[in-house]
Design a protein around this ligand. Structure first.
Ligand code: C2E
Ligand code: MG
Ligand code: MG
Ligand code: MG
Length: 285
């Protein structure tokens, strides 16, 4: 009986592995069609200026509007897109849609776009982004590119040359998820960053943990003295927000200000605040 149970256990293990592989394959083949079909769309998360309380802009976050499964979050498909090399097409498609959506919003609003480490291996990345700006008519000065620390290990020389090309066009660079992974203060000097994004794992606990508060405060001061203003991510309540303001963080984002929303919902939000040129489109007739 024991032997039988053991065999069954292996059979179960095989089946669950099989299911996992099948689910992964489904996402992979689905993704290949989803990108050209426009199912991968940009969502927008508000970024707030803490000195004035004004809307500074949005972080662009990919979402998969799956016809059967509904909205799928990036942690379900970005890693697979990276493994299969689909990430380049995916990110470019999301960026293009975001530029087109945002070009007639208030001209002071910035878009912060994520670049995956894998994309920094493409020697033509800067040229591709600049071409996309020209094609869509979105101004370079309104674009900020977010790069994670892990992106800097593989080929620093190439990352540096890409960064210089982007900066020469007036595009800004932000160091994303600072403080997590293989953090090193050396990374702050590796590329000409304009901004540091403090990871939500510290921000979320500054009200409860003295250590988190000390770390966030230190990063905010460090950013100030390096002339790299900080953005705190993952702000979920007013108390955290007030603490960040006192610590001297320049910007904040997080569910406290609202979840990431579609371009159509951004238009509604901006129309309410009169931050859009022509307001919501009126129906003809
Ligand atoms: P990230 O760039 O660090 O983005 C911040 C993530 O934190 C987003 O998750 C956002 O929805 C989430 N977040 C924001 N505010 C809060 C909060 O108050 N509480 C909590 N718990 N979470 C919050 P999301 O959208 O699932 O994105 C995950 C990651 O996927 C991003 O991390 C980014 O690295 C990657 N990603 C998203 N879109 C793209 C894309 O178009 N291209 C590339 N290459 N990567 C992308
Ligand atoms: Mg998520
Ligand atoms: Mg980011
Ligand atoms: Mg981040």
């Amino acid at each position: 009986a024991a032997k039988k149970a053991g065999r069954n256990r292996y059979a179960w293990f095989d089946r669950s592995m099989e299911r996992a592989i099948q689910a992964r394959n489904e996402i992979e083949t689905g993704l290949r069609n989803a990108i050209p079909q426009g199912q991968i769309v940009p969502y927008f998360e508000q970024q707030i200026d803490l000195a004035t309380g004004a809307l500074a802009g949005f972080e662009v976050l990919a979402r998969w509007e799956h016809p059967l499964r509904g909205l799928i979050e990036p942690d379900q498909f970005i890693p697979i897109a990276e493994e299969t090399g689909l990430i380049a097409d995916l990110s470019m498609s999301v960026m293009r849609q975001a530029f087109i959506a945002a070009r007639d919003w208030d001209p002071d609003l910035v878009l912060a776009v994520n670049i995956s480490p894998w994309q920094l291996k493409d020697a033509w990345l800067a040229q591709k982004i600049i071409k996309l700006l020209l094609e869509t008519g979105f101004p370079a000065r309104r674009l900020e590119i977010e790069i994670t620390e892990s992106a800097l290990f593989d080929n620093l020389a190439l990352a540096q040359s890409i960064a210089v090309s982007l900066k020469n066009q007036g595009i800004r660079l932000a160091l994303d998820d600072f403080g997590t992974g293989y953090s090193s203060l050396a990374h702050l000097r590796a590329l000409p960053f304009d901004r540091i994004k403090i990871d939500k794992c510290f921000v979320g606990s500054i009200a409860e943990k003295l250590e988190s508060a000390a770390i966030v405060g230190a990063i905010a001061r460090l950013g100030d003295s390096l002339n790299m203003p900080t953005t705190a991510e993952g702000v979920e309540d007013a108390d955290t927000l007030e603490r960040l303001r006192v610590m001297g963080c320049a910007r904040a984002q997080g569910y406290h200000f609202g979840r990431p929303v579609s371009a159509a919902n951004v238009r509604r939000l901006l129309a309410e605040r009169r931050l859009i040129a022509q307001g919501p489109q009126r129906l003809a007739g």
